[in-house]
Design a binder for this molecule. Structure first.
Ligand SMILES: Cc1cc2nc3c(=O)[nH]c(=O)nc-3n(C[C@H](O)[C@H](O)[C@H](O)COP(=O)(O)OP(=O)(O)OC[C@H]3O[C@@H](n4cnc5c(N)ncnc54)[C@H](O)[C@@H]3O)c2cc1C
Length: 430
């Protein structure tokens, strides 16, 4: 693959793949340009893998932050079991691999001219673009929940600088014993399906140790959730009487928040007084994907399941949470593994070859629910003609059963989760 050059790209587009046979092309000097927007799980993994697998490719990563705070393990920070530096990763490893880092916002994409305009006004040209900008909050989808209200009721659902997660942690520390922690949980699809329930568990773990009379009120816009039986078993055993989960059919959908009065209001008009509130609002693909016209009426980006190329623009491959990947979850695991498929497909197209043969997409989502207590869900997916397809009877969840019987299993899964976190952050950022 070391023969990927601007010249091969130019020839490939005009001579449909015959270009690779020409020996002179192999020695052409200028590299093809892969630009990646977003240095999170999808984008950092794509940039790293592109440099490793295709060393002649010129790779530029556009990301405003100078280091990346992960959402995974942010819930452990809320429990006091991790610090911000422990979940923060630098881009030095990618730089050492020859990725050119541009720390700025991508403001606009011109899919015809194949350029990305930065906030500083400069244009970055590309031959192929990989877009992994994550999610945007749908501000005011819940009445009263705009950016100002997020300073009272943090969402802590987009990594940024980690400020939102740190704010929620400080609020929990200041909560009086006997206070109420409220959660507003969105409908599907949203980033990290088990994430809210891991967060409830980690907050409960902290409260049990430090404020045992506090209560958790979890108001949900759904009637069912990921690993539900496992989570609820754990809540009953570890935190009896502390967590009340209210599903949609019991008026669980929060439709309005009042940050000044510190209240959550539901669809049927019930008002709940909250001392600390975590609002996880409805979401969409990040703004840059919407502005570029890549999203459809759902707010997410439709893609070709084999190549991740956006169906609405050529030469732009959209990976991670921003795309329509269902039934695959919006997870760091999927963002990381599919990034490699997208890079391989983009390079194949540059070289005039067909996309690599269909592959299998794996996902494992671990959740911590208490000290030395981990659970997981595994899914196996394949690209179909127009959508992704889950392979029946191939995945599954951890076995249920009382802690007395499952203690060793839970302990090992917590260790596997730690190992997964170490491995995936290395695979994205080292
Ligand atoms: C509490 C919580 C726990 C989670 N736990 C897990 C877990 O245990 N396992 C798991 O697999 N997943 C987990 N996830 C999900 C995981 O964090 C996401 O699925 C993953 O981050 C998606 O990767 P991404 O590349 O799409 O987006 P991100 O990782 O969010 O990266 C997007 C990047 O794009 C940048 N960006 C955005 N707009 C622009 C722009 N215009 N120009 C330039 N850069 C831009 C952002 O600054 C950001 O760095 C969790 C999520 C949450 C909220």
């Amino acid at each position: 693959m070391t023969n990927l050059t601007r010249r091969t790209f130019g020839l490939a587009t005009t001579a449909a793949g015959l270009a690779l046979a020409a020996p002179s092309v192999l020695h052409a000097q200028t590299s093809a340009r892969l630009v990646v927007i977003g240095g999170g799980f999808g984008g950092a993994s794509a940039a790293r893998y592109a440099r490793m697998a295709f060393p002649r490719l010129a790779v530029t990563l556009i990301e405003p932050q100078t280091s990346f705070v992960t959402c995974p393990y942010g819930n452990l920070l809320l429990a006091g079991e991790r610090t911000l530096p422990q979940i923060t990763h630098s881009y030095e490893g990618l730089k050492a691999r020859g990725v050119r880092l541009v720390h700025d916002w991508a403001e606009a994409i011109d899919a015809t001219a194949r350029t990305v305009r930065l906030r500083n006004g400069q244009n970055v040209p590309y031959d192929k673009l990989i877009l992994s900008p994550g999610i945007a909050i749908r501000w005011n989808a819940i009445e009263g929940y705009g950016e100002a209200a997020a300073e009272t009721f943090p969402h802590a659902w987009i990594p940024g600088t980690g400020a939102q997660t740190a704010l929620l942690r400080r609020q929990l520390e200041a909560l009086p014993d006997g206070g109420v922690v409220g959660f507003a949980i969105p409908p599907n699809p949203f980033r990290c399906p088990p994430g809210p329930y891991e967060r409830i568990s980690m907050v409960a773990s902290y409260l049990k140790a430090h404020k045992p009379r506090a209560k958790i009120l979890a108001l949900d816009a759904k009637d069912a959730f990921s690993k539900q039986g496992l989570f609820q078993d754990a809540w009953n055993e570890l935190y009896p009487g502390m967590i009340e989960w209210v599903p949609l059919n019991k008026d669980g959908k929060v439709t309005r928040v009042d940050a000044r009065e510190k209240q959550f209001e539901t669809e049927l008009g019930s008002r709940h007084r909250i001392d600390v509130g975590n609002v996880i609002p409805p979401q969409s693909a990040a703004k840059i994907a919407i502005d570029a016209g890549l999203t459809n009426e759902t707010g997410w980006v439709p893609v070709n399941p084999l190549t991740f190329e956006a169906t609405r623009a050529r030469d732009i491959h959209v990976i991670g949470d921003a795309n329509i990947g269902q039934p695959m979850p919006k997870s760091g695991y999927i963002a990381n593994s599919t990034s490699k498929v997208a890079v391989a497909a983009a390079v194949a197209a540059l070289e005039g070859r067909p996309a690599p043969a269909p592959t299998v997409y794996f996902n494992t989502c671990y959740s911590h629910v208490g000290p030395e207590y981990g659970i997981s869900v595994v899914g196996i997916f394949r690209p179909g003609e127009t959508a992704f397809v889950e392979t029946a009877n191939a995945g599954g969840v951890s076995p249920r059963g009382p802690l007395a019987e499952q203690r060793e299993h839970r302990r090992l899964e917590a260790l596997h989760a730690d190992a997964w976190y170490g491995a995936i952050t290395k695979d994205a950022f080292s």
